[in-house]
Design a protein around this ligand. Structure first.
Ligand code: ZN
Ligand code: ZN
Length: 312
């Protein structure tokens, strides 16, 4: 299963979970238009012609070196590197270890990855490289560049390895979204789905401000929705490590509704069907705050107000 990134609302597929030239959502084959160089990753945006989803394929880039056209070097520089025996003896500006190889057939200087770095002009050390369109070959990539500082022109070489896809969830077909993200519904402060932590906000119910975990959501209008309720049915597990004070409060609230008091152990808390408009999502609550919420209804109420007003 791909990982869901809540920040970007994207599904993240690893290279093991997806294919380089296939839509990770529906499997359709596809090509990429143009790639963007993002530091050590290559991003290739795509739109699936079959299912309409949009996303990006990513490749890990490993820097392999630079080739610089000797003809573009300044006259002084060119003189230093004109003859290959000179190249063996000389170093480039202020870098004692730099020892490029002269390639006679192309009249270029080759700087290996040990002698140079990505995004840095190997001749003058400037970071002002102006890159042109990338060219792919097998599992490699070449970026032509011009140095804005010393005027030399060259190419940066890299090895490309497929690193997975990101898919924008909102562009996926609805049924696929549900399959990946599960059924979701809107509660008081935001969307909730399976495994979200919630706080009940029923003022006079049996579960006053209790924290629980969403077990399941039965959508209104589907076959699984078997109650007569007019909203989605949210199944919540309210069992927890409550303090004695909180247990007493739960017993009393239950007795008010039931008309008689029963022991705490007999109150069913493990699968309570709730109206989503009576739930506050508290996923992301800290361990200590959760303990305070389990401690007393007063604490829980205070937190509920904060959750709705501040963390909306
Ligand atoms: Zn597709
Ligand atoms: Zn330069």
């Amino acid at each position: 299963m791909p990982r869901y990134d809540i920040e970007t609302n994207e599904l993240v597929y690893t290279s093991a979970e997806s294919e380089p030239f296939g839509c990770p959502v529906c499997g359709a084959e596809q090509a990429y238009d143009e790639s963007n160089l993002l530091c050590i990753r290559l991003q290739s945006p795509w739109k699936c012609p079959e299912c309409g989803a949009t996303g990006s394929a990513y490749d890990k880039l490993t820097f392999d070196g630079h080739r610089v056209a000797l003809a573009t070097l300044s006259p002084e520089m060119r003189q230093e590197f004109a003859a290959d025996e000179t190249i063996r003896k000389h170093c480039l500006i202020a870098k004692d270890t730099v020892m490029p190889t002269y390639e006679e057939t192309t009249n270029e200087l080759f700087f290996s990855k040990e002698e140079s770095a990505g995004n840095i002009c190997p001749v003058c050390g400037s970071g002002e490289l102006d890159y042109g369109m990338a060219e792919h070959f097998d599992d490699g990539i070449v970026y032509p560049w011009n140095c804005g500082d010393c005027g030399s022109a060259g190419k940066e070489y890299g090895t490309v390895a497929f690193d997975g896809h990101n898919v924008e969830v909102c562009t996926m077909p609805v049924e696929k979204q549900a399959a990946f993200l599960g059924v979701r519904t809107i509660c008081i402060n935001r969307q909730i789905g399976k495994d979200d932590l919630v706080l009940s906000a029923v003022e006079d119910g049996s579960f006053p401000c209790l924290p629980g975990r969403v077990k399941d959501i039965d959508m209104l209008g589907t076959q699984v929705h078997t109650t007569g309720n007019t909203t989605d049915d949210v199944h919540v597990d309210f069992t927890g490590d409550y303090s004695d004070r909180r247990k007493r409060e739960i017993i009393e609230a239950d007795a008010r509704r039931r008309g008689c008091e029963i022991p705490f152990e007999e109150i069913c808390l493990d699968d309570v069907i709730m109206d989503p408009s009576c739930l506050i999502c508290i996923s992301g609550i800290g361990e200590q705050t959760l303990r305070a919420v389990m401690e007393s209804e007063e604490n829980a109420l205070r937190y509920a107000v904060k959750a709705v007003l501040v963390m909306r």
